[in-house]
Design a protein around this ligand. Structure first.
Ligand code: SF4
Length: 377
């Protein structure tokens, strides 16, 4: 954070009293939340398992996609034990459409960890939740504050935006120093009597009123405490988040199809960013040259292929993917080709699936885009 701004806003008790009366701020925010909170199913009756599942599902997936999947997931895997012992295939189907399947595997790992390390009883504080696989500081603070009333701050992008506007912070709130500062600030604001509601109120305020674009300040319950609103600098807060350079990658999806039937080959991939998901064999590289070498290897396996028309584009974390699909029509597995195939694709399972069933077996949106290309020929 810019030193000047940081020093200007360095938190002391005196500063907080000067900025606003903490008790009144929390009271006004909570009064608003009690009337306006978003009606999520996991908020109906607070349940640790439900809070944990919805929290992991909502990371990097929009809520309109999460809601129906969440209901189905809880219906099928209603408790820790059912999640811990869920088979891979079933878990993948329950996670279909949510993306980042590694989160589902970590959830199951987390359930197994709680059974082994905590005798199947959910941990009751932040410092224990942070040890659960797949559970970072944010998830641990959500569960600890909502389910166990621990006064720890939950700071997501919405909360960063709200705080930066409340304090009129126009610089470097996204770096480590800025994030630490905001954490300390929110930690000081949390009322001991209702930390969970306070954290959820801050998130809801950011998501529904103090929005990124066109915040509705006129109906904001905390506008009297808002520095940016009072100084008419809302559009300057927070500063634009610096983008990480995304890496461009080329991918070729290889569709192996039997001539004698309409079956298509899917594998459980064991490498690359889609590892541990079932889908088409992929050749990936950020250098076209390497792709050509891999295509030559397929030719050496004795198979000819046709390049399908149409490109697919896909973004995942910091990867921008441009993909093409090739169709190998005369594929035949034998001990010789299997060896080369294993070396080329690194898979743990292999299945021939009828064309009509493909969409029920694919969970990644990248594979669904490949299927769309295949369906159009
Ligand atoms: Fe956000 Fe406007 Fe409320 Fe300030 S007054 S917290 S900018 S919605």
């Amino acid at each position: 954070m810019n030193k000047e701004i940081y020093n200007k806003h360095k938190i002391t008790t005196v500063d907080l009293c000067l900025f606003f009366n903490m008790k009144n701020f929390s009271k006004d925010l909570l009064d608003w939340y009690n009337v306006n909170k978003r009606p999520f199913p996991w908020r109906e009756n607070i349940n640790v398992y439900h809070t944990w599942i919805c929290e992991i599902m909502s990371q990097q997936t929009i809520l309109s996609v999460v809601l129906p999947r969440y209901k189905e997931f809880i219906k099928e895997l209603p408790n820790l034990k059912s999640l811990a012992f869920c088979e891979d295939e079933r878990l993948r189907k329950l996670w279909a459409g949510l993306g980042y399947y590694a989160r589902a595997r970590n959830l199951r790992k987390g359930a197994q960890f709680i059974i082994d390390e905590f005798q199947g009883t959910f941990p009751t504080n932040y410092s224990s939740w942070i040890k659960v696989p797949g559970c970072g500081p944010y998830t641990a603070s959500v569960i600890a504050s909502i389910c166990f009333n621990e006064p720890v701050a939950c700071v997501d992008g919405n909360v960063v935006r709200v705080v930066s506007r409340l304090l009129n912070l126009q610089a470097n709130v996204w770096d480590k120093q800025g994030q630490d500062y905001i954490h300390r600030y929110v930690n000081q604001l949390i009322p001991i009597e209702s930390p969970g509601d306070f954290n959820q109120a801050m998130m809801d305020l950011g998501a529904t009123v103090c929005k990124k674009q066109n915040p509705t300040c006129e109906i904001c319950p905390v506008k009297h405490y808002c520095q940016a609103f009072n100084k008419e600098t809302v559009s300057l807060c927070p500063p634009v988040k610096p983008r990480k350079n995304s890496q461009e990658e080329n991918i070729v999806a290889v569709i192996f199809k039997k001539i004698s039937s309409d079956e298509v080959l899917l594998i459980m991939r064991e490498q690359g960013f889609l590892a541990k998901t079932i889908g088409f064999p992929l050749i990936s590289s950020n250098e076209n040259l390497k792709i050509q070498i891999s295509l030559d290897a397929i030719k050496k396996m004795g198979f000819s292929f046709t390049k399908l028309t149409g490109e697919f584009k896909h973004s995942i974390t910091h990867h921008k993917i441009v993909g093409t699909a090739i169709l190998v029509n005369d594929f035949n597995f034998n001990s010789k080709t299997e060896k080369i195939f294993q070396k080329q694709f690194k898979f743990s399972e292999l299945q021939w699936i009828p064309f009509s069933q493909l969409k029920h077996n694919l969970s990644s949106s990248l594979d669904l885009k490949v299927l769309k290309i295949l369906s159009s020929i």
